[in-house]
Structures are given as C-alpha cells and as structure tokens.
Design a protein around this ligand. Structure first.
Ligand SMILES: *[C@@H]1O[C@H](CO)[C@@H](O)[C@H](O)[C@H]1NC(C)=O
Ligand SMILES: *[C@@H]1O[C@H](CO)[C@@H](O)[C@H](O)[C@H]1NC(C)=O
Ligand SMILES: *[C@@H]1O[C@H](CO)[C@@H](O)[C@H](O)[C@H]1NC(C)=O
Ligand SMILES: *[C@@H]1O[C@H](CO)[C@@H](O)[C@H](O)[C@H]1NC(C)=O
Length: 355
C-alpha cells in the first residue's frame, strides 16, 4: 500500500501552515531578507526554496490557501462520518495517513484549489509584488473589452502547481493520483472565474462595455469539488510505453465505460475529474492506518434520515442524549417611560452524540 506519499504531502502542508505564522512575524522585520526567511523553513526542496526567495509574500497567501482549503473541507464534510480529519488543527495532521480514497482525492483537490485561489486573490489585491491584475485583453466582440482589474488565475495556478506538485516525484500510482487531483482542484478555480461587466455610453446605452474576471466565494468552488467527489472515478495505474512510466486509466467495470470492443481500450480519466485508487473504509471505527477517526463522540441528528442521522453516523452503535436547559429573556415589553421588563423563558434542548 503506497502510504509514503500522503504523509509527505500532508507534512508539507503542515509545514507551510506552521511556518506561515513565522513568516508573518518575520516579514515585518525588514532587516531580515527573504533569503533568511526562506532558509528558516525546514523541509523545502531547493526548488521550493528558490520560489520562496523569489516571492516570500506569496508564501503568506500560500499558507492562507491551505487554511482556506481545510476550512472548506471541514464545512463540506461536517455531516459525514469522515469529517476531513486529515486536515486537523494546527500541525497535528502531519502524521495522519489517508489511503488513496475519494476522501484523499477531495483533500488534495480542495487544498490545491485553496492555494490557487488565495494566491490569485492576493495578486488582485496587490499583496504580492510579483503578480497583479491580468493584463487587459484586446477588444473581442467589437463592442466590449477587458478592463479594470481582471483576476490573474494563471499565476496562482502556476505557483500552486509548482509548490504542491513539487513533492510528488515518485512517479508511482499514488503520486499520479495526487497530481491528478491537485490539477483538478486548480482547474476548478479557473473554471469558476466569473465575468463582470460594466456599461458605458450615453445614458446607459452600453455602446461600450468593460469586462473583468472575478473570483466567486470559495464556497462555490467547494461545492463544485463536492460534486466531483460524488462522481470520483476509480482508476488503476498501468505501464506506459515509456520505460518505467505509469499512467492512470479508468478501472474496468467503473461507470460509463465504452461498449463492445471499445471496452478493451484503456480510457484515461478526464482532467477535471477526481480520481481514486482504493475504496474508502466506512469510517465507523478509529483506524489510523486508513485515516479514519471513527465516529465515537460525533454529534448526530436523531430525526434525520441522512448521513448526519444517528443511525448512519453512529454505525448502529447507538447514541447518548445530553439535555440542556437554556434560559433567556423573552416577551420583553417597553414601559413608558423608560424601562423594559422581560420574562425569563427556559427552553430544553437535547444533543445526541455517538456511542
Ligand atoms: C493584503 O493587503 C492589505 C492592505 O492592502 C492588508 O490589510 C492585508 O493584511 C494583506 N493581506 C495579506 C495576506 O498580506
Ligand atoms: C471530526 O470528528 C472527530 C471525532 O471523530 C472530532 O474529534 C473532531 O473535532 C471533528 N472535527 C471537526 C472539524 O468537526
Ligand atoms: C435534524 O434533521 C431534521 C430532519 O432532517 C431537520 O429538520 C432538523 O433541522 C435537524 N436538526 C438539527 C439540529 O440539525
Ligand atoms: C443551549 O445551551 C447549550 C449549552 O450551553 C448550547 O450549546 C445550545 O446552542 C443552546 N441552544 C439554544 C437553542 O440556545
């Protein structure tokens, strides 16, 4: 089972996070050059160190992007058995292993999308000295042109690719999976760019229109990736004609394969799709070797039939009921003049957690 790749990538994410705060502190110390800052970050490859020196301010956005991806992952999986525990708080996720599952696919995609997004946003805010707004585009349908500050997704995508992909050098199946999902995440950012336009001309006649690209809220990208998660494709790695090379193809029997003789032809997954190598554990029980935290202690909904319902969430183990009585002021009336009188209301609430 290829388990080194996830440790490695999660470690680098942890590292970026751990060092972001230091960078923040250090970047205010003008006396410290970028070289010093970048030399202090442990575990960077020479190429990453070079990138850090070239754009230390981008490293801050990079750390922000990792955080953004993590928060989105946790929000999207809030009511699932697997709640994005691989990207836990602070540095604690450095040693969590995720098998090559759909959940791992989502984790990589959302992290790399977060980084691309955050860097693109920082560029258009003018926070990174080595990038800015996309250059104005030439007039393309006759009456309108690109103008204003167009988000430059390219820089963010390139930086995310160079930085996050830099570790996936083994060329094994798991590295290919990670690279594929990283790319799908970045592509989702690019595909989500929206065009905003403004009309100019006599009394809003719109004889002239200026358009620019903006980033949507990151939630929208999380939603897109979540759809891809549900439709993630099972792949296997097969040798290429090149000596020692590997490539990913759809596993036979997985959905929408061609019919008849076509079926024999290997089909590559689309670049926008998420791919996984191994089926997911059920995440009911704690198993560090698969990245499963188990659902003991998780809050569940007694009446829901969905994944957040106690039956499914607790895997049939049952749940504990906790009762709270909340008191608050209510029925407040204003009396002339001038005071407010309220009643005290108490409300019983219950909370359920998995056994
Ligand atoms: C970006 O720049 C603004 C001011 O232009 C500043 O308030 C903000 O903290 C900066 N953010 C980052 C991540 O550097
Ligand atoms: C995820 O679930 C674990 C228990 O399985 C819990 O300790 C942790 O706080 C949860 N994380 C989030 C972000 O909800
Ligand atoms: C529990 O699930 C029910 C039915 O899906 C829903 O109406 C209710 O708002 C949920 N309660 C909480 C606390 O999420
Ligand atoms: C009631 O109190 C508990 C514990 O203090 C809290 O978690 C919960 O959100 C409160 N519920 C309402 C409806 O205010």
């Amino acid at each position: 089972m290829p388990t080194t790749a996830p440790i490695k990538i999660l470690a680098i994410l942890a590292l970026i996070q751990a060092t972001t705060n230091n960078i923040r502190v250090m970047s205010s110390v003008v006396a410290l050059g970028a070289g010093v800052i970048c030399n202090r970050i442990p575990g960077l490859t020479p190429r990453q160190r070079e990138m850090c020196r070239a754009a230390p301010d981008a490293m801050v956005a990079l750390g922000d992007g990792v955080r953004l991806g993590r928060l989105e992952c946790q929000a999207q999986f809030k009511s699932h058995r697997w709640n994005c525990s691989a990207l836990g708080k602070g540095n604690s996720f450095g040693h969590v292993i995720l098998v090559g599952s759909k959940e791992a696919a989502f984790t990589y995609a959302v992290s790399s999308a977060g980084v691309a997004y955050s860097i693109a946003a920082a560029c258009s805010r003018g926070n990174i000295s080595t990038c800015g707004c996309a250059p104005g585009k030439a007039v393309s349908p006759p009456k309108w042109k690109w103008g204003g500050c167009s988000v430059d997704a390219g820089y963010g995508m390139r930086l995310a690719r160079r930085f996050l992909d830099a570790r996936e050098i083994e060329g094994d199946a798991r590295s290919l999976m990670n690279l594929h999902n990283n790319k799908a995440g970045r592509k989702a950012v690019k595909a989500s760019l929206q065009t905003e336009c403004k009309c100019h001309g006599v009394s809003g006649s719109c004889t002239m229109k200026t358009c620019w690209k903006t980033l949507p809220p990151f939630r929208q990208i999380g939603d897109i990736l979540m759809k891809k998660y549900w439709k993630a494709r099972n792949v296997i790695a097969v040798p290429t004609t090149q000596e020692g090379g590997l490539k990913l193809i759809l596993k036979r029997g997985s959905r929408t394969q061609g019919q008849g003789p076509e079926q024999q032809r290997p089909v590559a997954p689309r670049r926008s799709e998420l791919v996984f190598l191994e089926s997911s554990p059920n995440y009911c029980d704690r198993d560090p070797s698969t990245g499963s935290m188990g659902t003991q202690g998780r809050e569940c909904n007694r009446t829901s039939k969905g994944m957040d319902g106690c039956d499914l969430m607790c895997c049939g183990r049952g749940y504990n009921t906790h009762q709270f009585t909340n008191t608050s002021q209510c029925h407040c009336k204003f009396h002339w003049c001038c005071y407010v009188r309220c009643d005290t209301c108490s409300e019983k609430t219950e909370q359920y957690t998995c056994k």
